[in-house]
Unconditional design. Sequence first.
Length: 186
Amino acid sequence: MSTEEAKELREFVYKIVILGEAAVGKTSLLNRFCEENFQEDYKPTLGANIIRKDVDLEEVNTKIRLIMWDLAGQEKYNVIRSMYFQGCEGALLVYDVTRYNTFDSVKSRWLRDFKKYIRKEGVYVLIGNKIDLTDDRVVPTEKGKDLAEKIKASHFIETSAKLGENIEEAFLLLVKQILTNHGVNV
Ligand code: G3D
Ligand code: MG
């Protein structure tokens, strides 16, 4: 790459969704990731919160505007599904390490929907959240890794939205994978 090219700023806008059973920590993860630097637009008729955040990958001269869709309650989900996924590039698939049913439904429900509604190749990162609750943990790390491999998630990461552990990393894994899929060097 020439010096001129290296200086050129690249800008992208991507929509991502955050999926998982109720109370796994989707909204908490988003809030942690965004802290004060974001804009939020709640759409009551959709039952979804649409959050915008700009991510700056200075090392590769790239800015990404993320448009993140979060379900504000699960009840309207069935009605808005197709709109929820429209134009979406990637997903964070979240389960709660203290509840096995949330782990099982990643594959049986959330990934299934994502694949059904995303026509092109979408990417997804698997997240095991609430690792601060060590005494209540029922899903071991190995199980998470195995599932990620089985469902061909691009990455697997464990987080604590409560402690702010691995949050930025989780979102950046997804963003970088989306960029890679678009042929952008990161
Ligand atoms: P959801 O958006 O997936 O439905 P929320 O989930 O983000 O609303 O979180 C559900 C509950 O789990 C909240 O508790 C929240 O504080 C808690 N939570 C989220 N992430 C973590 C985490 O990493 N560790 C712990 N210990 N708790 C977490 P409340 O009591 O407010 O309902
Ligand atoms: Mg929520």
